[in-house]
Design a protein around this ligand. Structure first.
Ligand code: PBG
Length: 323
């Protein structure tokens, strides 16, 4: 019998805690929230139980209760009425946009809340794509000025972190320059750097009714088979001025999180996406798994892989059951 016995470091909970390598707390979590225009709305998303489309009047107290639980950062996504969608996503920077107005009001009411916003055309596009569509092609360079306008409008409304989620080439540099030229040097960019063409986004697209009207997103989102390509995406986003690099989804891509963590000196974040969370809710509702333990283990694994922060629909529940 070898004299090295790893179990000695596991013999008591105090020792286990002493040698624990990974920490996970509410400060690491970003809570994605769906916003809808109107009043007194709290609609559960059918494919994402426990998550709602909120109108601002009901969202404000919800944000307050999250802040009390230690969740400080929120990524807010708008559900846009079909009648406001068009080919060029013009509602995304319209002066009467309810989403921009809501960001303004949230920032006014809660100085301590960090608000992240999403930059991509899909929720506002009549084509349901992240870029401008012409003859079935998603145009790259023609999309960039639209993204920049959207980013500036969000920064004007008070967004602290802009999240370009569209995967067009060159958008981080384009948006950075546009923000800087408009006096928003302080606004951060958390780039969706390695965003894969994944089947795990289904419930999110249900929540926003934002699925592509034709085709798929494979000409701009990454092929799940590729890992080295994530290094190229990360290098470009880093050089173009991203403050944080995101990997999305999280659970099937822990190797990509670890790779970027090793190779880039800025924070790596991960998006624990809607489909990943939906599977857990479903199994928990059936009584097949222990919800709290599975959620904690998943989030811990994403941290262990190297993520500084995690966007997750479990944020509030986790904060609640670990308080
Ligand atoms: C929009 C966007 C998507 C998600 C975040 N921003 C969907 C998509 O690319 O189709 C997915 C988030 C989730 O599934 O939780 N560009």
């Amino acid at each position: 019998m070898n004299e090295i016995r790893p179990r000695r470091n596991r013999k008591h909970s105090a020792i286990r805690q002493m040698v624990e390598e990974t920490q996970l707390g509410s400060q690491h979590l970003i809570y994605p929230i769906f916003l809808k225009d109107g009043k007194n709305i709290k609609q559960e998303v059918a494919s994402l139980p426990n998550n709602f489309r909120w109108s601002l009047d009901l969202l404000l107290p919800e944000i307050e209760s999250c802040l009390e639980l230690g969740i400080k950062t929120f990524d807010i996504f708008p559900a846009i009425d079909e009648t406001l969608k068009d080919k060029v996503a013009s509602y995304s920077f319209a002066s009467d946009n309810f989403y921009l107005d809501a960001i303004r009001q949230i920032k006014e009411r809660f100085a301590e809340a960090i608000i992240m916003t999403d930059v991509a055309m899909d929720p506002y596009s009549s084509d349901g794509h992240d870029g401008l569509v012409e003859n079935g092609i998603i145009l790259n360079d023609e999309t960039l000025p639209i993204l920049a306008k959207m980013a500036i409008a969000q920064a004007q409304a008070g967004a602290d972190i802009i999240g370009p989620s569209d995967m067009m080439d060159g958008r981080v540099g384009f948006i950075r320059e546009a923000l800087d030229n408009s006096g928003f040097e302080e606004v951060s960019i958390m780039s969706y750097t390695a965003k894969y063409a994944s089947a795990f986004y289904g419930p999110f697209r249900d929540a926003l009714n934002s699925a592509p009207k034709m085709g798929d997103k494979k000409t701009y989102q990454m092929n799940p088979a590729n890992k080295r390509e994530a290094l190229l995406e990360a290098q470009l986003d880093f050089e173009e001025g991203a403050d944080m690099l995101m990997v999305k989804p999280a659970l099937c891509y822990l190797d990509v999180i670890a790779l970027l963590k090793e190779n880039f000196p800025i924070p790596i974040t991960a998006y624990n996406v809607s489909g990943e969370c939906a599977m857990v809710y479903a199994a928990a509702q059936k009584g097949w798994i222990d919800y709290q333990r599975v959620v904690s283990e998943m989030l811990l694994s994403i941290r262990r892989a190297g993520a500084s922060a995690i966007l997750t629909y479990f944020a509030k529940d986790f904060a609640q059951f670990t308080r």
